[in-house]
Design a protein. Structure first.
Length: 152
């Protein structure tokens, strides 16, 4: 049991690294054609082409869970679970809290959440593919945490 929890936790942490690398080198690289609309100032629709990345990241989770379930919940199932939990956290933080796709969590007063929101705002000040910053979601550069603490 504890091993399964550790696998889920380790996968969740690893996914922050995977998400950072994918954001910097895929979304702001050859996948820009899907991510570009996410950097537009004007929202034209509730859904964006960028939302396809949800499916791209969900596929490995589903594959791991499927094959992990075939042999009574082996380690692949727990890896897939960790990817899924990260995806849910990403949805809550990125889509709901930061971009307010659903109008909840607007008045969060946590310095941690303020740092994440500020870092993401700095990321979006760059409308183009290049010269970006702050590609992470849950862990952002220290300067944003310091700014958030000073603002309190």
């Amino acid at each position: 049991m504890i091993n399964n929890v550790l696998i889920v936790l380790a996968t969740f942490i690893a996914m922050e690294c995977v998400a950072w690398l994918a954001h910097k080198y895929i979304m702001h690289g050859f996948g820009w054609f899907l991510h570009q609309d996410h950097h537009q100032k004007e929202i034209t629709s509730f859904f964006e082409k960028n939302d396809y990345f949800f499916l791209i990241f969900a596929i490995p989770a589903m594959i791991c869970m499927f094959f992990g379930f075939q042999t009574e919940f082996n380690f692949l199932f727990w890896i897939g679970s960790g990817i899924t939990v990260y995806g849910f956290a990403y949805f809550l933080i990125h889509d709901i809290f930061i971009h307010q796709r659903f109008k909840i969590f607007r008045n969060a007063d946590s310095f941690y959440l303020k740092a994440i929101r500020r870092a993401h705002k700095m990321h979006h000040k760059h409308l183009g593919k290049h010269d970006g910053e702050s590609f992470g979601m849950l862990w952002v550069p220290l300067k944003y945490f310091i700014e958030a603490l000073k603002a309190k």
